[in-house]
Ligand binder design. Sequence first.
Ligand SMILES: [Zn+2]
Ligand SMILES: [Zn+2]
Length: 380
Amino acid sequence: MTPRSRNINRLIAIAGIVAWVACSIASVSAQRRAVRPLDVYVVDVEGGNATLLVSPAGESLLIDTGNGGAAAPRDAGRIMAALHDAGVSQIDHLIITHWHGDHVGGLAELAARIPIRHFIDHGANVQPAPGIDEFLRDEYPRLYAKGTHTVARPGDRIAVGGLDVRIVSSAGQVLSTPLPGAGQPNPYCASFKPTTNSAEDAQSVGADITFGRFRALHLGDLPTTKEFELMCPNGRVAPVDVLLGLHHGQDTSNSEVLIHAVRPRVAIMNNGTRKGGWPIVMKTLFSSPGLEDVWQLHFSVLGGQEYTVPGLFIANRQDDQPATMPIAPAPAPSGPDAPPAPVHDGAAFWIKVSARDDGSFTVANGRNGFSKIYRARLRE
Ligand SMILES: [Zn+2]
Ligand SMILES: [Zn+2]
């Protein structure tokens, strides 16, 4: 063999190796893309809560079941639509964050439509009310007797394949040791001002959900006093990509000690037409370091145009939709003479997050088809 043909052979061998490496990289990234995402459906239950997570393996975790009474068939139907869209035929895990009607009201109706395997709650109701106390005494034990029942404690894991789901608050207790990536001193603690709250909100079961490098947090209606306990003096939860729920966007939750410390890229608010979406909460969100977008289930008249996001980011209208929405926020009405909130019983739409394990995610508005890709951020 001449030196020249030896060189050619060497070049061919190198080219072969380069091609093999390039192919391998391409096929690894193709496989990565083929891995199913974690899907999160934020279902519109009119200022209540129902958030469905479906793992890449198809396991489901539902957080709350919407409203009860006359609204139960509507809300259970909307949750069923999300389950159907996800191709899910049973609810593997159900967290009831707390015993308020806008979170647990639709449970019996939903349980009549789909099997529920695992019930998770904070334990006894601490805010006596006839309807819920009767339900907890007479009906709830019959429902969880068909599956399993767990009273959650901070630090517990919920076994959802492919996800790391950790309980961060329950029954008035919060996580005592920081989750991975958390534990830093929180500079917002010094200026914290507590708000008053209802007894049951403070019992909320909160969950931190990690999928690879993607992280989300849902704290039910956990009030500011408990946000302070969870985040001060050192944060027990790490920064998140998506903050879910936000207690409908009311100011009894959503303090800076929580929001500004967990620095969500995206917040998805389960507000109603006239519930939550308060100006003070919108200000806290939009002044939060690193916040990219707020998505809302409704335009809230309590925020008005002044404190809302573009319609692209709002999933639902109301049944009798006026041509224009008010600019100024309206004060929250109270008392028996308050007019009813704008009704939305018609077609309803979710906000859907599809998260990938590299930390990137897409958020989509079910009403108008608008979606936005959030690329994986470089971790410091
Ligand atoms: Zn609520
Ligand atoms: Zn509540």
